[in-house]
Design a protein around this ligand. Structure first.
Ligand SMILES: Cc1cc2nc3c(=O)[nH]c(=O)nc-3n(C[C@H](O)[C@H](O)[C@H](O)COP(=O)(O)OP(=O)(O)OC[C@H]3O[C@@H](n4cnc5c(N)ncnc54)[C@H](O)[C@@H]3O)c2cc1C
Length: 268
């Protein structure tokens, strides 16, 4: 329907690179149109699809995959505050006492937009679910927020995107670099990352994502974020050290600091 494929999670450039990879694999892509009718000659059998411009495509199977929409029919009558999903606060609490929501059905805090929106991916469902569960069990826990993020590899092309994939207005800065299918783009606002799209060479996208999640000021090394050799070495000392040391909560109970490396006898 839209101008390019995967338009909610990829910008136009990354969408065209993916379309190219699919084209090379023999997939014929039609954009800017939708199916107006599914045709059938025999009961229970599909014979083709008629597009909105009248074109007829013969086929034996139709797969419909047109996005995610929470099923709110069970709650609309309840009076709970809903928008595109069930609206929840930072405790994942809905608008009525003792009611919590999380996962795809919840419209929860997005740390990039600084407000609520649907971000229907598994890590956000997991994190929001944990916070909802803790609060329901009597502990106070706050959802730090999630954002849109996707990692795909269709027809051999690695793609990672997170946060915004296109700047919504002029207050954002975009830095891009493209060599063949290695395309990197970061979106910044006030020196802090608001989005990223990496295709082909995605190896360092995790570092960029974490800088975005931590709200780090990247203004002094913003151009390096899309460089071929970008890595932890580009980060200022304080940011680099924080990323090299294992946080105590990640180390688990009883373990403080880094584990000693295993010493292997020479020859083994
Ligand atoms: C094809 C596909 C691919 C995906 N790929 C990825 C991916 O690669 N990475 C990623 O992070 N996320 C991915 N997702 C999204 C991810 O699956 C969801 O974000 C996650 O499952 C949301 O968890 P949830 O518990 O909110 O909802 P769900 O996992 O949908 O669980 C909701 C459950 O509620 C049940 N239910 C519904 N109505 C009722 C009712 N009235 N009574 C009782 N039970 C009911 C349903 O049967 C279901 O079991 C993908 C989703 C799809 C559909």
């Amino acid at each position: 329907m839209k101008d390019w494929i995967l338009n909610t999670i990829l910008d136009k450039e990354a969408g065209s690179l993916e379309a190219m990879a699919m084209g090379l694999a023999g997939v014929n892509i039609i954009t800017g149109h939708t199916a107006a009718r599914i045709n059938s000659n025999l009961p229970g059998e599909v014979s083709g699809v008629t597009l909105d411009d009248g074109r007829l495509i013969h086929c034996e199977m139709v797969v419909v995959a047109i996005g995610v929409r929470p099923r709110l029919d069970t709650v609309v009558e309840s009076g709970l505050k809903v928008n595109r999903g069930i609206t929840v606060d930072r405790h994942m609490a809905a608008s009525a006492p003792d009611v919590y929501a999380c996962g795809d059905v919840a419209e929860a805090y997005d740390f990039i937009i600084g407000g609520n929106r649907l971000t229907p991916v598994w890590p956000n469902a997991y994190n929001g679910g944990r916070v909802a569960g803790l609060n329901m069990a009597g502990q106070t826990a706050e959802y730090e927020g999630g954002t849109a993020m996707n990692s795909l590899k269709y027809f051999g092309l690695h793609i990672v995107s997170a946060g915004l994939v296109a700047p919504p207005n002029d207050s954002y800065e975009t830095i891009t670099k493209k060599i063949d299918s290695a395309y990197r783009k970061v979106i910044l606002r006030n020196g802090r990352l608001a989005g990223l799209v990496f295709t082909g060479d995605i190896e360092k996208s995790g570092i960029v994502y974490n800088l975005m999640k931590d709200g780090a000021d990247v203004s002094n090394f913003k151009k390096a974020l899309v460089a071929d050799d970008f890595g932890l070495a580009y980060l200022p000392k304080n940011l680099r050290q924080a990323r090299l040391l294992m946080p105590e909560e990640a180390a688990g109970p009883g373990v403080t600091g880094l584990e000693e490396p295993e010493v292997l006898p020479v020859g083994d």
